[in-house]
Ligand binder design. Structure first.
Ligand SMILES: NC(=O)c1ccc[n+]([C@@H]2O[C@H](COP(=O)([O-])OP(=O)(O)OC[C@H]3O[C@@H](n4cnc5c(N)ncnc54)[C@H](O)[C@@H]3O)[C@@H](O)[C@H]2O)c1
Ligand SMILES: O=c1ccn([C@@H]2O[C@H](COP(=O)(O)OP(=O)(O)O[C@H]3O[C@H](CO)[C@@H](O)[C@H](O)[C@H]3O)[C@@H](O)[C@H]2O)c(=O)[nH]1
Length: 443
């Protein structure tokens, strides 16, 4: 099939590359000239494992192309995937400007019948609005179907998720359009659910909100564990064995970040407010997560006293491992709070430094070498569970730091291994290992 993907961000680029890998003729369009120039050279503008290899391979054969020209992209396709951003408005609602602007552009360039699939995460009713715009502006003989096709990939494992997802949700008002998409995804052998458009749109928000709820729930249990001297790792292990609860999303830590959970939970809350439903549970999930982002600096101050003038090593900038994405990363709040305390911050991250530099400029230092970050630091804060951090030998902290205080926001190390080291080690929801240092005033 001839497929156009509008938007070459984390979702659009992964979809474009993977659809080409499946053998479809794909053209990806974006309004960002720098991105398109980079992609036309076979270089991925984002860090995503496996992406650049598939991009290079499929671009070389000509099956995958990149353009800024809407005529080239929209006039002659069988399917158009909308994968533009839906960021957060100031009031928490989803900003649909890009979705609507791409819809206008599609409508005014159509020359043949087409199915338009919305991959972007959009509030219930948005696909109906897209359809309204397109039907109003399209040339009369052209037939258009608009389908909700929510995307469930995770950054860091996006290629794997595209080919091995848990399900494909097809929200269509036409059974013919649904069948075309069912056929498209058939080779991937995933369960396919055909439903109405509103339900498909809600499935996406409900999935993200449910996962966010699990995280905030386990983080609240972790806070209780700290107060009653229990260990959240033991507790999570015990509860995840109950198949009704499920094994995943029970890792306590400094909260969820990224370009999805924070904005999608707020957009769902806003949607609930619009229909006068007070979604108090979701409101609490968001509040708990906000509190989690501030835990590392609160804990660091409790252990170290003042942080003013002290070197703090921040290990991890990305909101999760295997991505360069720092959108809504807990590390953003941590850095802001550390700077407010007058600390000197040296941040390590294997992929996200370029994005962090755009955000923080030279207000902090950056390094690709963990030991350089740790050298002579008084405090280390672990914000991302990159393998490079999790696989550090526990002795590395005492070897490089001054009177080490480690605040582990992702519970990367087993307590028994850290307890034999000459360090203070404070994690989330587990007993703190405190070592008395002569220079730190007791509070
Ligand atoms: N990032 C994820 O892991 C993920 C997963 C599932 C769903 N989603 C959803 O998918 C959507 C896209 O997310 P993302 O992270 O890929 O966003 P992104 O910000 O990385 O990329 C969006 C791209 O769209 C381009 N764009 C904007 N207006 C355009 C237009 N009129 N025509 C063509 N291109 C245009 C931008 O230049 C940008 O490159 C969002 O709705 C998001 O909630 C994201
Ligand atoms: O037990 C857990 C699991 C995750 N997280 C945090 O939650 C955030 C999100 O993690 P994850 O879901 O793995 O990453 P995303 O790439 O943001 O993917 C989510 O958001 C996407 C965008 O909507 C969806 O497509 C995916 O299905 C959904 O998992 C990260 O900050 C993680 O550190 C925890 O704190 N504890």
């Amino acid at each position: 099939m001839k497929i156009t993907v509008a938007g070459t961000g984390y979702v659009g680029l992964v979809n474009g590359v993977c659809l080409a890998e499946m053998g479809h003729q794909v053209v990806c369009i974006d309004t960002d000239e720098t991105k398109i120039n980079t992609l036309q050279k076979g270089v991925s503008p984002i860090y995503e494992p496996g992406l650049e290899g598939l991009l290079k391979k499929n671009r070389k054969t000509g099956i995958l192309r990149f353009t800024m020209n809407p005529q080239e992209a929209y006039s002659n396709s069988d399917l158009i995937f909308i994968a533009v951003g839906t960021p957060e408005n100031k009031d928490g609602s989803a900003n649909l400007d890009s979705v609507f602007s791409v819809s206008y552009s599609i409508a005014t360039h159509l020359e043949k019948d087409v199915i338009i699939c919305t991959r972007s995460t959009v509030p219930v009713g948005t696909n109906a609005k897209i359809e309204e715009i397109i039907l109003r502006l399209k040339p009369p003989p052209v037939h258009v179907d608009v389908v909700s096709l929510p995307e469930f990939l995770r950054e860091g494992s996006a290629i794997f998720d595209f080919f091995n997802g848990d399900r494909v949700i097809i929200g269509a008002s036409s059974s013919e359009a649904a069948e075309v998409l069912e056929e498209l995804f058939l080779p991937l052998s995933m369960p396919i659910v055909k439903t109405d458009r509103n339900s498909a749109e809600m499935i996406k928000y409900a999935s993200n909100a449910f996962l966010a709820t699990k995280i905030s729930f386990i983080n609240e249990i972790a806070a209780l564990c700290e107060k009653v001297n229990a260990d959240i790792d033991e507790v999570a292990n015990g509860i995840r064995m109950d198949g009704r609860i499920g094994a995943h999303f029970l890792r306590a830590g400094i909260g969820y970040g990224g370009s999805c959970f924070p904005k999608d939970t707020k957009a769902l809350l806003k949607l609930a407010g619009n229909v006068e439903h007070p979604f108090n549970l979701l409101k609490s999930v968001i509040e708990v997560n906000n509190k989690q982002h501030s835990l590392p600096v609160t804990k660091a101050k409790m252990a170290a006293g003042s942080l003013a003038g002290k070197k703090v090593a921040l290990l991890g900038l990305a909101y999760k491992p295997d991505t360069d994405d720092i959108r809504e990363s807990a590390s953003i709040r941590i850095i802001q709070e550390l700077l407010d305390e007058g600390a000197k911050v040296v941040a390590y991250d294997p992929a996200a430094i370029p994005n962090a530099k755009r955000y923080f400029g030279d207000t902090i230092d950056y390094t690709l070498d963990i030991t350089e970050a740790l050298t002579d630091a008084e405090t280390a804060i672990i914000a991302t569970d990159w393998d490079q951090i999790r696989h550090l030998h526990p002795s590395v902290f005492a070897a490089y730091m001054k009177e080490p205080i480690i605040i582990d926001g992702r519970n990367c190390f087993p307590l028994d291994k850290m307890s034999v080291e000459p360090i203070t080690y404070i994690s989330i929801g587990r007993p703190a290992l405190i070592r008395e240092y002569s220079t730190i005033p007791s509070s």
